[in-house]
Design a protein around this ligand. Structure first.
Ligand SMILES: [Zn+2]
Length: 154
């Protein structure tokens, strides 16, 4: 039986490949009134999240209501970009370009230092063997369209 060509039996020692700055139309978000500030902020190099005036907690993804207390008093703030890996996975299979060319890569759930906000994001520069729960990470920004950016972590 032939061995799967992508399985070498070694650890993921190589840095990630693929061009993370080539973004075909199907990976570019189409912002709504609710989340436009997040994507436009990312295109400016700002991590925009929401803070609730009622309970003081933060949230992500963007919503009209506070996910912690239900208040409508949510306001946009700029986060520091510093966070901690809450959990992560290593994507090893994906047949769709451009993801196919980026394998393997890490997708992490990151708790921001602004209490209450957790983002799920890619870690394009990360060696999967080096990522660990609890490690400190920092937001990076990637433009994917006219005035539209994505948030990654490194
Ligand atoms: Zn609240």
């Amino acid at each position: 039986m032939a061995e799967h060509p992508g399985h070498s039996g070694t650890r993921d020692a190589e840095p990630m490949s693929g061009n993370w700055n080539e973004n075909p139309p199907w990976v570019v978000p189409v912002p709504t009134d609710e989340d436009r500030e997040f994507f436009e902020g990312a295109s400016r190099g700002e991590l925009r999240i929401q803070r609730c005036d009622e309970c003081g907690l933060h949230q992500h993804y963007p919503r009209y209501l506070c996910s912690h207390c239900g208040s409508t008093e949510v306001k946009w703030v700029t986060a520091s970009g510093v966070g901690t890996v809450y959990s992560f996975t290593v994507i090893r299979q994906n047949g769709v370009p451009p993801f196919r060319e980026r394998l393997p890569f890490v997708v992490a759930a990151v708790d921001l230092e602004e209490t209450g906000a957790r983002l799920v994001a890619s870690m394009p520069g990360a060696d999967p063997a080096q990522v660990a729960i609890g490690m400190q990470v920092r937001a990076t920004f990637r433009s994917v369209g006219e005035g539209i950016g994505l948030v990654d972590f490194a």
